[in-house]
Ligand binder design. Structure first.
Ligand SMILES: Cc1cc2nc3c(=O)[nH]c(=O)nc-3n(C[C@H](O)[C@H](O)[C@H](O)COP(=O)(O)OP(=O)(O)OC[C@H]3O[C@@H](n4cnc5c(N)ncnc54)[C@H](O)[C@@H]3O)c2cc1C
Length: 430
């Protein structure tokens, strides 16, 4: 029986193990004492769409992508996730409404596990995998790997392992380690895009119709802007939520948003993001994103910048007095009222303003003078390891999956890439 090692017990590693369990000897190596990866620390918003949280269509036909997502949903249900019935007719109605406003709305089957339920679901998953013969080596960090004469040799902090195949699924936390390994093994890599934008905060009432009447908890709108023909998208909608400061690196920070179960605010926040890819002479999107974040941090006097939409439109900075005139009371107070256009590229600022103007036609009030914007909000992604369509690298028995390899950015797509890599191995050993 072929022996397969999987590095990382996040969604990518776990779903890969499930696929391989019936035909291979599978061991998952995880540096932490528990499974679930970054997914376990989220509130588990699951998007069952091939192009949300990554792009499965790079690897699969649309039909097969939806099939694999359905399999993932069934597994989560078997492990205790309650399925939420989305009102599909309502979502299609919202899609029509958005279309007439010149906006693309992506109707998605979404599910929300909740941070309190997720550990239970993950533990049930582990038990099911163990019953199928999958072995877990927890508290074990993979330090190094090599491929010699068709064998994989792995060095961990608990000793060496050998296998016929390996799937590297170390997530964002392991992405630097993965880059190091890829360099050592001579695997190709390229920069992933960076998403640059702002966090928008409005009163809950503004989003109520979309979230409650249309039962769309995390609406995905894509707005093509007039001036630059760029795509601006809504991301991570947090009803009754809070804007929070988030460190990207030790000395660079931005903002993020979250909703809590017990503590609720009067506001709803979400990100408006613009995907940025660079070619010549600078490909390094991470450095570009970093430099924008740094500049914004400096201008804000080491605090995030907050600005009222009215002030941004009037080409003037916000002050606490002007913020006080907004109907929206900021949920993040440790901020500096300022001028985002002093810190951000013109292109991003114009894109944000045009997106808000267009979105106003579908969500009345979202682009009002009172709306608050926070910056920087930047989403960095891992380097993309070069693979073929079955996620096999240039070394035939080394496969990659998940966020760490730059092929996903969410739970369901990470899981799906794990399954694609596993299917690839299964086909090779047939
Ligand atoms: C705060 C937060 C909230 C989020 N919310 C959502 C959400 O609501 N919905 C959504 O779809 N996505 C969400 N995400 C993203 C989602 O969690 C990830 O996309 C997903 O977990 C990626 O899965 P993965 O298996 O690729 O990596 P991970 O889940 O990161 O798992 C990788 C695992 O590999 C282990 N590992 C790394 N290096 C090594 C090594 N050298 N040796 C051994 N083990 C190693 C790590 O410890 C980790 O357990 C959120 C992420 C965060 C951080």
């Amino acid at each position: 029986m072929a022996k397969v090692l999987i590095v990382g017990a996040g969604p990518a590693g776990l779903f890969a193990a499930q696929k391989l369990a019936d035909s291979c000897d599978v061991t998952i190596i995880e540096q932490k004492s528990y499974i679930g990866g970054a997914g376990l620390y989220s509130d588990g918003k699951m998007n069952f769409h091939p192009q949300i949280g990554g792009n499965l269509l790079e690897f699969l036909s649309e039909e097969n992508a939806f099939k694999i997502l359905e399999e993932i949903k069934q597994t989560f249900k078997e492990c205790g996730m309650k399925e939420v019935e989305n009102d599909w007719e309502k979502l299609i109605e919202l899609e029509r409404r958005a279309t007439t406003a010149g906006i693309k709305f992506i109707p998605i089957r979404q599910n929300h596990v909740g941070s309190d339920y997720l550990p239970k679901v993950m533990n049930n998953f582990k038990t099911n995998l163990e019953k199928k013969g999958v072995k877990f080596k927890l508290n074990t960090k993979v330090l190094d790997l090599d491929s010699k004469n068709g064998k994989i040799i792995v060095k961990t902090d608990k000793g060496n392992e050998e296998a016929n195949y390996i799937i590297l699924a170390p997530g964002r936390v392991g992405s630097l380690w993965l880059i190091e390994m890829a360099k050592k093994l001579g695997l190709g890599m390229r920069f992933s895009p960076v998403d640059i934008g702002v966090r928008v905060e409005v009163l809950n009432d503004v989003m109520k119709e979309i979230i409650h009447d249309y039962q769309c908890w995390d609406p995905k709108f894509h707005i093509r802007t007039q001036h630059y023909d760029d795509d601006v998208r809504t991301f991570c909608v947090c009803p009754y939520g809070f804007v929070v400061k988030e460190f990207y690196e030790e000395d660079i920070f931005g903002v993020n948003g979250h909703s809590m179960k017990d503590k609720k605010s009067n506001n709803c926040n979400f990100a408006l993001l613009i995907r940025t890819e660079l070619t010549q002479p600078l490909e390094n999107t991470t450095e570009y994103g970093r430099s924008i974040a740094r500049q914004t941090n400096t201008l804000g006097g080491s605090k995030p910048i907050i600005q009222r939409v009215r002030d941004l439109r009037m080409s003037r900075r916000s002050t606490w007095e002007r913020i006080g005139k907004s109907y929206v009371e900021p949920t993040l107070k440790d901020v500096t009222p300022g001028d985002i256009s002093m810190a951000y590229p013109y292109r991003i600022v114009i894109n944000v303003l045009e997106a808000l103007d267009k979105l106003e036609k579908v969500i009345p009030g979202v682009g009002s003078d009172s709306t608050l914007l926070y910056a920087p909000e930047i989403k960095f992604y891992s380097m993309r390891i070069e693979t073929n369509k079955i996620l096999q690298t240039a070394i035939p028995n080394i496969f990659v999956a998940g966020d760490g390899a730059g092929v996903s950015r969410g739970i369901t797509i990470a899981a799906a890439t794990g399954m694609i890599a596993a299917n690839g191995i299964k086909n090779l050993i047939k």
